[in-house]
Ligand binder design. Sequence first.
Ligand code: ADP
Length: 607
Amino acid sequence: MANKTEPTTRKKHKFIFYLWYILKKVYGLNPILSIAFFAFALISSFLPQVESFTLGKMIDAAVKTITPSTTSAANVQSFMFILIVASAILLTDKFIYDINNFVIQLFALRNQNTRDLIGFQATLKAKVHYFEDPDFVRLKSKVDGNGFKISQIIMSLTTVITSFISAGVIIAIFSAYDWRIVLMAIVSLILPIVINLKFGKQVWGIWDSMSEEKVIYSKYRNYLFMDSPSHFTEMKVFGYGKYLLNTALHLNKIFVDKLEVNERKRLLFTMLSRLWEFAFTVAGFYYVFALLINGRVSVGQFFFVVTLFQSMRSIVSYAFEQLTTVLSDGAFFETFYDYLNFVPRVQVPNGTKNIDVTNGVEIEFKDVSFKYPGTEKMVLKDVSFKIPANKDIALVGKNGAGKTTLIKLMLRAYDPTKGSILINGQNIKELELDEYYKRIGILSQDFMTFEFKAWENIFIGDVDKPMTMINIVEAAKKAKADEFIQNYPKQYETYLARDITDGTNPSGGQWQRLAIARVFYRDPKLIILDEPTSAIDALAEEQIFTNIREFAKEKTIVMVSHRFATVKKADFIYVIDDGQIVEQGTHEELADRTGTLYSRMFHSQND
Ligand code: ADP
């Protein structure tokens, strides 16, 4: 049997490929800002050099004015001129520095939601069957947890690039004085660079090798940040809060310990590399001093070269620090790329055809057998049955019988392993899925509860339809939701969230009625109900179902339910057991038979 969690085989690329891919995406979101960001970062990286060059010129001019042989009114004047020019340059530098900071802020602000913009667009493009694939879910959770890093990594990357450019320019300036300075500068950097790279790569390796552990850690941790009162009560009563915390801390410690060992070693080696750097720096200084003594450089040039020597080292070591961030966090870019370009294990290619639903939606299963990908067991075996248009059908059976699987196939989360499913006579594989979904309203056991305004919870059932309060209230009335919404502090304008002023927290049954109102509002041709009313009391349920049936006269309803009070009113019932249809008929026909699965289940609830 194939391993279910085996990742999809996909092409691996070089790190630089992923980096370039994300850079292009980010650039695409904000082209002008991205160029400005890079340009200002580059210009700013030259500011210290420009400043020390200017100061060097000023020093030379000052020296001329105080050296007895060259003292003259003209030299004082030229000093004053240089002073004014230097001040103007220094002020411009500061302005550029300020604008650069502004651009950085703007870039950070605008890219805060990069993950949302890029990642969420990918989620919207995903198909129902992607979420059935554990690889996709895994990638999604990594992207959700780390997406915030994108703009941070891009900023670090910019620093790395601009720093290297400016270090290169400094080295080029040295060569204008003497090639030996260039040599000393480069040699002084070799050891720090090797050490930085080695440890940076190790940090990267630790992050990469433990990324699954990070996900597991955040699972334990996230439960501690719950905000649901019932979840909190459960945690208090069971008393497992401490367990969650300790497990989370323990998992984090394994991770942190590894990084700590790496950091300790890094400190030791970095300090050693400082000695190396120090030796070459002193030699460099001394060499420039020798040039000064020999009259090959002026005092101002001496100042300029020595400052460059000093600043080059800080530029390069900062660049390497940032490179570590890029290498360690940038591994996430691969995850992001894989998420955006996800290829599911099981392909469910979209069709092109639309169905005519003027006369409703009819569903037919023809000899359908199905096993889940990566497993061997047939969970549906040669299932053939028909759900006629505008009829109300119930699927009943024990847990694990295959009811939800049938519904997943109707929604094309998977294709049958064998056999076919016809929707109004058309093979489901040929249908254009988004168009098909437009015909469907669905309500499952764990439906969505939106902490938005009450009306939005209903409106969201069909966002393509122009919103009218009349339609919303009508849907709410049919779902018996209007009565409690009227009692909310701001009626339909009330936020269904306790942490918003005048917000409220609907009960489980109220949420279900809102979800049912959503389906009413959508007014679909096919309604799929997968145990939708478990939190509603029997009386209200009966009323709601009377309304659903009344409303659904010209609709097909497929319902999975354990409640026989609801099931028995269906037009037709299919009993599923172990992946097969074992009985079918109306309630009266099925309940009267003795010893059958249906009658046993029915009587166990009603006797
Ligand atoms: P029901 O809805 O009737 O309770 P299901 O359709 O959920 O039953 O499950 C039918 C069978 O398929 C069960 O044996 C279940 O374990 C198996 N099954 C359900 N989902 C998956 C899955 N994603 N991968 C593998 N097996 C699954």
